[in-house]
Design a protein around this ligand. Sequence first.
Ligand code: NAG
Ligand code: NAG
Ligand code: NAG
Ligand code: NAG
Ligand code: NAG
Length: 584
Amino acid sequence: MLIWVVFSSLLVMVCEGGQLLKSQFFFNFIQAVDPENILGIGWNGSLPHPCMLQRKGVKCNSQAEAIVDIRLENLNLSGIIDADSLCKLPFLRVVSLAKNLIRGSIPESISLCTSLTYLNLSSNLLNGSVPGALTGMKNLRSLDISHNHLLGKIPDFDKHLYKFSLKSNEFLVNETRSLVTMSQGPSPKPETSEARHEKGIRIWASYAPVVICIGFFLLFAFFVNKKAVRSAKEKEILKSLGASPLKSPRTKTTDEVKPEKACSELVFFVGEHARFRLEDLLESAADLQSQSLCSSLYKVTLKNDAVYAVKRVRKLQGGFEEFGQTMRRIGNLRHPNILPLVCYNSSKEEKLLIYNYQRNGSLQTLLENYIEGKREFPWRHRLSIACGIARGLDFIHQKTDHWESIPHGGIKLSNILLNENEEPLISEYGYSKFLDPKTASLYSSNGYTAPERGLSEEGDVFSFGVILLELLTGKTVEKSALDLPKWVKSMVREEWTGEVFDKEVNRAAKQWAFPMLNISLKCVAHFPENRPSVAEVLEKIEEVVNAQGDIDASPDSSIESNYQDGCLLHTVIPETWDTPGSNS
Ligand SMILES: *[C@@H]1O[C@H](CO)[C@@H](O)[C@H](O)[C@H]1NC(C)=O
Ligand SMILES: *[C@@H]1O[C@H](CO)[C@@H](O)[C@H](O)[C@H]1NC(C)=O
Ligand SMILES: *[C@@H]1O[C@H](CO)[C@@H](O)[C@H](O)[C@H]1NC(C)=O
Ligand SMILES: *[C@@H]1O[C@H](CO)[C@@H](O)[C@H](O)[C@H]1NC(C)=O
Ligand SMILES: *[C@@H]1O[C@H](CO)[C@@H](O)[C@H](O)[C@H]1NC(C)=O
C-alpha cells in the first residue's frame, strides 16, 4: 500500500505536476489567499507536491491523486479567495479558512466547488453580500460564514440541510425568516445528461496525459483509470438519486404539494405538555450522529433541555397523504419494545421523524463495547433482549381487520435501541416502504438483508435471525460486512458447532445456546417460505426462556428473574406493558 502511494505520487510528479492533482490551480489559489507567503512556499524553486503539504493543512486521498481537504486556519492569511482556481480541484470536499484576515467578498463562483461538503470561512474580514449561488451547492452540509462583515439579504438556505452559522455579521438583515420559505427554497437543478457526459469527458481528459506519460507507468495508469470509472459510476448513482421525482423543480405542480401551512406543522403523538414548535427544533443545538445517502440522524437538545433524536429522510417516494396516514398509524402504536414516535414533519423535500433520545445507545454499541472488553454482556441479558425484539416484531407483524401489517424492513443492531433499563426498543419503524427502491438497493449489501431482498415479513425474520446469530457468536456484521449466516452454516456443516458460540455463551448457557442456534438458523433459511413466522420464533424463544427460568428459579437467584408473559427480563418491567394485539 505504501509502495503504491509513493509510486503513484511519483507518477504524478513525473507527469508534470499532475493533471489529476491540478497543482497549478491549487497554487494559484494559495498565492491569492496568502500574498505574504506565510506558508513559506518556495515560489522561485520547484513547487512542492501538494500532497506533501500535509503538515500545512492540505490532505489528499489515499492514492495521492487528488486534493480532498484544505484547512488553513488561524494563520493570519491576508489575501482573497480565488474560487475560480479552487473549484478546479474536482474532488475537494473540505475547505476551512477560518480565523484569518482574508478580505474581499465570497465569490459567486465558489458554487462551482460542487463536491464541497464543508466550507468554513468564519472569523475573517469578508465583506459584501452572501452569494445566492451558495444555496445551489447540493453536497454542502456545513457552512460557517460567521464573524465577518457580510451585508445584505440572506439567501434562502434550507436550514435543515446545513449546519449553518452566520452569527456576528451585524449587518445581515432578515436573519429570522419563516420556515415555509426555507423549506421551499430553490431546489438545486438536476444535472442534465449532457453535463454529466461532459464531466465524464473532463475526467477522462485529465487522465490522458498520464496514459501517454511514460511506458513504464502504463500498468499504473490502467489501475488509476479503473478507479476513476468506478467513482464516476458512484457519482452517476448519486446524481440519479438527486433527480428523483421528489426533487422536481418548483414550477412543476404536483398534486401532492400541500398548502404551505402543512409544511411547518409537527404532528404529535404525545400529550400537550411535551410539545414544541418546529422552530424550536430547528433553532436548537444539533449534533450529527450518523449519516447515510438519504438520511441523517441528529441529537437535538431543546432550550428546556429535552433531548430528541431527529431522523431526517430525503427522497422518499409515495404521496404526502399516504405518508401522513402511515405515520399517524405508526405514531399511535404503543408497545414496550417499540420506540414511540413523538412527532413527525412532512414537507415536499424531506421528512423529519422525532423520537425521544435514548441515552443507552443501541445494541450495536453494546455488542461492540462487549467485544472490546469494555463491559459485560451476560447471557441472560442477551436472551431477554432477543425475547424483547421478537415481541416487538411480533406486534408489528400483527394484522387487524382494518390494516395489513407494515413490515419493518430495517431490522439491524443499530436500529435496536436500549431504554433506561437496557431493554430493547425497535426504532425507525414505518418508513422503509417509502424508500426509493434505487436507494434501498444501495443498502441491501448489508449483512441483514435476505437474499430475495424487498420489504416483507419474511425479510424481517431473516434480519432478526442475523441479530440472534450476532448475540450467540459475539460477532457484528454491520461494519465487518461478514456473511454471518453463511459462516455459521459452514461451521455447523463441518461439525464445529461448539466453536461458533461466543465465550460468554459457552460459559453460561451451552445447553440453551443450541436451541437458540436452531431457531436462528431457521430464520436465516435461504428461501422465504422456509422461514418461520415471528410468532413461531417468539414462542420458541419463550420456551428457552421458561426452561432456563425453571433452572434459575433457585432461591439464590430469584431476585434477578422477573417474568411477564413468559419473557424473562433481567430488570423490572415498566407498568405499561401492553399485550400484543391490543391496538391502542
Ligand atoms: C523570487 O525571485 C524574485 C527575483 O527573481 C524576487 O524578487 C522574489 O522576491 C523571489 N520570491 C521569493 C518568494 O523568494
Ligand atoms: C497573527 O498576527 C498577530 C498580530 O500581528 C500575532 O500576534 C499572531 O502571533 C499571528 N499569528 C500567527 C499564527 O502568525
Ligand atoms: C470590501 O472591502 C474592500 C477593502 O478591503 C473594499 O475595497 C471594498 O469596496 C469592500 N466591498 C464592499 C462591497 O463593501
Ligand atoms: C469553523 O472554524 C472555527 C475555527 O476553527 C470553529 O470554531 C467552528 O466551529 C467551525 N465551524 C463549523 C461549522 O465547523
Ligand atoms: C427583510 O427584507 C425585506 C426585503 O427583502 C424587507 O422588506 C423587510 O423589511 C426585511 N425584514 C427585516 C426584519 O429586516
